[in-house]
Write a protein that binds this ligand. Sequence first.
Ligand code: ADP
Length: 319
Amino acid sequence: MKCIGVLTSGGDAPGMNAAIRAVVRTGLDNGIRVMGIQRGYSGLINGELFEMDRRSVADTIQRGGTILRTARSKEFKTKEGRKKAVNILKAFGIDGLVVIGGDGSFRGASELAKQDICTIGIPGTIDNDLTYTDYTIGFDTAINTVLDAINKIRDTSTSHGRVSIIEVMGRNCGDIALYAGLAGGAESIIVPEKNYDLNELCKTILEGKIRGKRHNLILLAEGVGGADELAKKVQEITSIDTRATILGHIQRGGSPTCMDRVLASQMGYRAVELLFEGKTSRAIGIKFGKIIDEDIEEALNMPRNFNEKLYQIAMALSY
Ligand code: ADP
């Protein structure tokens, strides 16, 4: 192993920079060259590569987003596009590649591994939607951003005696709603993994009001439906003033939390170690506090595993 490449792909997540920093500095410490690839697979196909040194990643551990920038590439999904990518990697003498991104990026990484490019995946996505790992980089920062918003919305919700519906990210995975909802003391948490009944929801709101609850917070994962629409229906049925807040992209940005920085640093370090061990097509994760690695294809094929127990606890405590 003489030269490795690193790229970030798909949706950005806080902590990606800490992972890039770890890959770059671990590589350099082991006497190899490290090439930064800009704008994900799109930049790879276009040859947007530059050599990185220790200074390239100075002053980045605290920054959200990704210094390598990110993109989505339709061309890379084609055989011809991937051939171009492989040719570029070979032309630059890159023998190992670290891909930081979500499940789509991992599918791309797996395709490259099939073309004899040693490839390692690091999970960078705020959604926490990869089953093989307990946490993905960016999730902790995102839930803390949501929690901060919940605390603020709770103040106004309590003052006015309103129902507040807070829509958070998560198309197929309700983890952001679940964790932030539990930590924020939400009365209801609506996630794609669980069916919900509008009449039951309204009954819970009205019962809460009778018991003296002055606010009512509902965390809604975007995959279930829109907050505006739900707010209208809830207000119609309960006659309680109901407001919707869609948090949107503020959940993606911001300085990564300590946990995300530590996780990203460990994962970046391990990615380079794995390349030195001659491993390929591995996805790095964390299970029960330990850094692990799993075959990328197997990692992608694991069925979603919703934390039912945590949901039950959140519901029991919100009563
Ligand atoms: P994320 O990595 O955050 O899930 P995307 O799903 O948009 O984001 O994937 C990022 C990029 O990975 C895509 O733009 C595409 O270039 C590549 N990709 C996604 N799926 C595949 C696939 N099945 N085969 C090859 N490349 C893929």
